[in-house]
Structure formats: structure tokens, C-alpha cells
Write a protein that binds this ligand. Structure first.
Ligand SMILES: C[S@@+](CC[C@H](N)C(=O)[O-])C[C@H]1O[C@@H](n2cnc3c(N)ncnc32)[C@H](O)[C@@H]1O
Length: 385
């Protein structure tokens, strides 16, 4: 499990701070997650799944990707079945989700499969080999681009850009509402250990983020501000010529995320399936994350030409896109009862609230230059039960 010498990154960051002074927490988090060769996501070792630190929905059960694949096929129809269609997964990790989507499309929509390109974008380039192996059955339909290409807006994509748990892995600024006004958490060093100090905001965009998204913090409240998500979505909007953006992640609308019930914010660390609150230990060996502000994604998207099509809990998205049919198909498979039980437990995890992934996770569907009326997520699925 301990695949990274954490003292290497710890030492680098301690030296950097000693030489240059305190750094914004966002820079500390960026290094912990993405310092080349030493960050959590940029070093060897399993992150997702039983042998890693946390589960993502795509690694819980293949039905998750299959249902997204079905919705993507609906998008293709809604767009008038363009002759060339791209499915772009950003933050593709091991490629599991794209593989399940492509398997579903190959089986259910051969006409779309014949025109489709699956483009994988990942901050850690060495994962391309893992993705290639995971998607071997679709080798002639694959392409890769870098995060920089997506951010630059040069890809001119007709199709669907999707992410699962990418946005929560983008760094956040930490702020606190003090008697002296809004202050930013800086990371400094005392007695050879990382510690926090409050300072005036290092970036005026932090205050304008709160203003633009109508967020007011209470006295003493701490919060995370993810400027990187706004920036990321602007790149996505530029890169999408026509089609849809699907963002799945844990998070809330702004009034809930920044409400009085969350006075300490939502920053958390994951290590070996344990939750921790201290980001200054296991430097580069534990995941650091915070919930996503979906209001900001909707507002920034609207400013950048992405119209909100649908937003809601993951269980609603999965039910609307055909979970009941999938459950029935799995239940009637001629397989040992043990396997059916495993399926049931996995699907429960995807759907159920309170400890499951059903309501903490949300899905946001946005569109550009499209008529979304036929999408499955807009279906009144409760009427069919
Ligand atoms: C929590 S993992 C999720 C992986 C996968 N989507 C899944 O559901 O299992 C987040 C992934 O996003 C990648 N990532 C972070 N920032 C990125 C960016 N700007 N562009 C592309 N990938 C990024 C990380 O390297 C990591 O592999």
C-alpha cells in the first residue's frame, strides 16, 4: 500500500515554503495530488477499488457506465445522428467507465458505434497504458488528448464530454470569515511541521467567485472555493462545438454547500478506505477532496454557453436512464445465487442514500446547440413504476 516515499514530497514542500514563504492551501493541495511523480494521482499505486483508497461508481458496477452509454446514445439521436461523434471522458483514471460505456454502445447502438471516437483525457499520462488495456476491445475507436488541449478549447468536439469524480479532485482555496473580513488559509512551517495561518486573499477572484455565485459566509465559517472548476468548465465549453456535458460528482447546490450547517466546510482525506480530516499527514499518499459546488458549474456554464438540461441526485439519473430494466435483466441471468447477491449489493450502493452513493452524488447535464427534449434523464420514471 505504501508505494510513495512521502518524505520526498513532504521535504520538497517544507523546503519550498521555507525558501519562498507561506503558500495558499490550493497550491499545497495541487502539489499533494499532482506533483509530478510524487503526488497522490501522479505516482504509482492503486487509488480506486478494493485495493485502493475509495470506490467510484464506475468501479462499483458496470451498470453505471452502461446507463450512461444508453443516455449518450439518446444524445446522439437527439442531435440528429451526426456522422462523427465523440465521447470524451476527462479524468478517465483506469478507463473502467469508458470501457463500460463503449461496451454498451457496441451492443445496443451499432450505428453509433461505427462512427464514435472515445477520447480519454487524464492528468496522469502513464495511465494511458492501463486505459489501452482496459479498452482493448475498442482499440480502433480510441484517441487521447491532454488536459491542456481541452482547456485551450482547440478540440472542436461534437458529442458528449463527461466526468465522474474529476471536479472534486481539482484543488480548492480555503477561506474563513473572520472579524477582519474574509481571509485565506495559507500553509506555512513551524518547528518543521506544516501549519495554517490566515492572511488577506491572495487572489481577487476568490471574492468575486463568492459575489458572482451569491454566497455569503457566516462569522467564523470556513469554506472551500474551487476557482479551478470554473476555469476547467470554461475550457470544456470552448472545446464543445455541439453536444452535451455530463458531470457526476459528490456535491451540493451553493445554498446547501455554504449553508450554516457546514461551518467547517467539506474538505476530507481518504486513505485505505478510511476518512481523515488532516491534509498535512501522508503527504502525497492520501486523497484530498472537497464537495463540488454545482450552482457554480451551472452559472459558469451558462455564461460560457452551456445550458442546464438536468440536475439531480445520482439515483434519479440512474432510475431515469433505465436502472429498473437493468435490475430485472441481472436478476433473471442464469448465474449462481452468490453472483446475483453481489450484483444486488453493488446496485444498492449506487442507488441508496445514507452511506450509499445515491444522493450524495449528483449528475449535471448541460447542452450546447442541441435540443435535449428526448433525453432519458428528463423522463418521468416514477410513472412507469
Ligand atoms: C477521483 S479520480 C476518478 C477516476 C475515474 N473517473 C473514476 O470514476 O474512477 C480523478 C481523476 O482525475 C484526474 N484528473 C485530475 N485533474 C484532471 C484534469 N484537469 N484533466 C484530466 N484528468 C484530471 C486524476 O489524475 C484522477 O485520475
Amino acid at each position: 500500500m505504501e508505494t510513495v516515499d512521502d518524505s520526498a514530497l513532504r521535504t520538497i514542500l517544507l523546503e519550498r515554503i521555507n525558501a519562498k514563504g507561506a503558500i495558499p492551501f490550493a497550491d499545497f493541495m495541487q502539489s499533494c495530488l499532482y506533483e509530478p511523480g510524487l503526488g497522490y494521482y501522479t505516482s504509482a499505486g492503486r487509488k480506486v477499488g478494493a485495493a485502493g483508497d475509495f470506490y467510484t461508481s464506475s468501479n462499483v458496477h458496470r451498470v453505471f457506465g452502461r446507463l450512461i452509454g444508453k443516455e449518450i446514445a439518446t444524445m446522439w439521436h437527439a442531435m440528429g445522428e451526426p456522422a462523427s461523434f465523440q465521447i470524451v471522458e476527462a479524468g478517465a483514471g483506469n478507463g473502467r467507465l469508458s470501457a463500460d460505456i463503449m461496451d454498451a454502445i457496441a451492443e445496443l447502438e451499432p450505428a453509433l458505434y461505427a462512427t464514435v471516437t472515445c477520447r480519454l483525457i487524464e492528468a496522469e499520462p502513464s495511465l494511458a497504458a492501463t486505459q489501452q488495456a482496459m479498452l482493448a476491445a475498442h482499440a480502433d475507436r480510441l484517441a487521447w488528448s491532454s488536459p491542456d488541449e481541452l482547456a485551450a478549447g482547440t478540440l472542436a468536439i461534437t458529442g458528449c464530454i463527461l466526468t465522474n469524480e474529476l471536479v472534486d479532485a481539482l484543488p480548492v482555496h480555503l477561506v474563513e470569515m473572520t472579524a477582519a473580513g474574509l481571509q485565506e488559509v495559507m500553509v506555512t512551517v513551524a518547528d518543521g511541521e506544516f501549519c495554517e495561518q490566515l492572511a488577506p486573499l491572495t487572489n481577487p477572484e476568490i471574492a468575486s467567485y463568492l459575489q458572482r455565485h451569491n454566497v455569503t459566509l457566516a462569522a467564523g465559517q470556513k469554506a472551500e472555493i474551487r476557482l479551478a472548476a470554473d476555469q476547467w468548465l470554461r475550457g470544456v465549453a470552448k472545446s464543445l462545438a455541439r453536444g452535451f456535458v455530463v458531470t457526476i460528482d459528490y456535491g451540493y447546490l451553493a445554498d446547501e454547500l455554504y449553508g450554516r450547517m457546514r461551518m467547517n466546510g467539506t474538505l476530507l482525506c481518504y486513505y485505505n478506505h478510511q476518512v481523515a480530516e488532516n491534509p498535512y499527514i501522508r503527504v502525497g499518499r492520501q486523497d484530498i477532496t472537497a464537495h463540488v459546488d454545482f450552482t457554480a458549474l451551472m452559472q459558469t456554464g451558462a455564461e460560457a454557453g452551456l445550458e442546464k438540461v438536468w440536475y439531480g441526485e445520482q439515483y434519479r439519473f440512474l432510475m431515469a436512464t433505465g436502472m429498473m430494466e437493468e435490475i430485472m435483466a441481472l436478476e433473471t441471468r442464469p448465474v449462481p445465487e452468490e453472483e446475483r447477491l453481489k450484483d444486488r449489493l453493488a446496485l444498492k450502493k449506487l442507488l441508496l442514500p445514507d452511506g450509499g452513493m445515491g444522493d450524495t452524488f449528483k449528475a449535471l447535464v448541460q447542452g450546447k446547440g442541441v435540443d435535449a427534449a428526448g433525453l432519458l434523464c428528463l423522463r418521468n420514471w416514477t410513472a412507469a413504476l
